[in-house]
Design a protein. Sequence first.
Lengths: 182, 182
Amino acid sequence: MAVTTPARERTRREIVRQAMDLFQAAGYNATSLQDIATAAGCSKATVLYHFSGKPAVLAAVLEPAAADVAELVRQLTALPPSETQEFAIRRFTDLAVLHRGVMDVIQDVIPVIENVPEIAGLVADGIRLTEYLAGSDDTLDRDLAKFAVNGLLGECRYPGERTDDELRRLCDTALRRLLRRD
Amino acid sequence: MAVTTPARERTRREIVRQAMDLFQAAGYNATSLQDIATAAGCSKATVLYHFSGKPAVLAAVLEPAAADVAELVRQLTALPPSETQEFAIRRFTDLAVLHRGVMDVIQDVIPVIENVPEIAGLVADGIRLTEYLAGSDDTLDRDLAKFAVNGLLGECRYPGERTDDELRRLCDTALRRLLRRD
DNA sequence: TTGAAAACTGGCCGATCGGTCAGTCAGGAT
DNA sequence: ATCCTGACTGACCGATCGGCCAGTTTTCAA
């Protein structure tokens, strides 16, 4: 709680903030380091002074969401199997709304995701989460869960078109129709 | 037909063939004209001799699917409203399986789709098709239809993982669970 | 006040991109 | 035999990319 944020942290935060907006608006691949630097009010060299490279900027943008997903997976691991699917559906909806901007960014990264080792952890957690959403080892259930995640990612694409409440309702409805087989 | 395919058509076809494979494997943005030329056994200049630019190559790759979608929309227009949703679901499933490779390619183009006027027709038809899938003007129904299309696009991403029959079953199940409200 | 460390930057690099262009070449028509 | 034309190509272009580095400016503890 310093009276003034140290210069390092202040600049770093601004870079991540602006990178987030640009990644959402134009996509990761279409956003250059120069774009990020200009938006953050510094030089491209400064961006590379704070981050080891473009993928590191991406990892910093995704980090809060990645942490939440990791925590969710941790909680799911400790839950009795009978409760995991319902818990996964409910909490995944929460995270999707909370981090809808990040969901948007992820869309654009998927095609080149194997070239970005910085976010391998998030990818692995996402796969585990999908398995919990499926609720069984059945191939069709697994595929439907992946279908649901893909659909949800797509729905987060256009930020201004939906309020958080609308997104929550859509997400919840879609997941329950696709996944719940009581 | 002709004993020997005219050189023009032969080269053109090979370029489209190879571009299709590369777009699927690596994505449109990550595939360079040089990549396509090398795969097709000609020079980059030859690709640009046959096509006015990279977007024109994309349009040629998508053309068969675009034609089928246009035909489907035409048929839907002439159908009584009580039959359109069921017809759309059934035929859309058919087209998704038939053109699953194209569905894969489209995924990668969506972020930059507004910069590719060559495929504006396919985009417009896709939107109209989504409206028929929704079955009503209700916002949630519309969103669920878009959700379904996004999910389906995502499921076509990894070509080798599913047989056509598995994809058909998944597609049909998911669409009916999401869309049908009887 | 001062000096060393931290923060920052302009300029440059090699690579790659989509695209252009002048010119080569085979082969059918005359 | 000549010419013409469609198919094709190597060389090159300007732009842009991510990244690097030497050097300048700012910060802050001693």
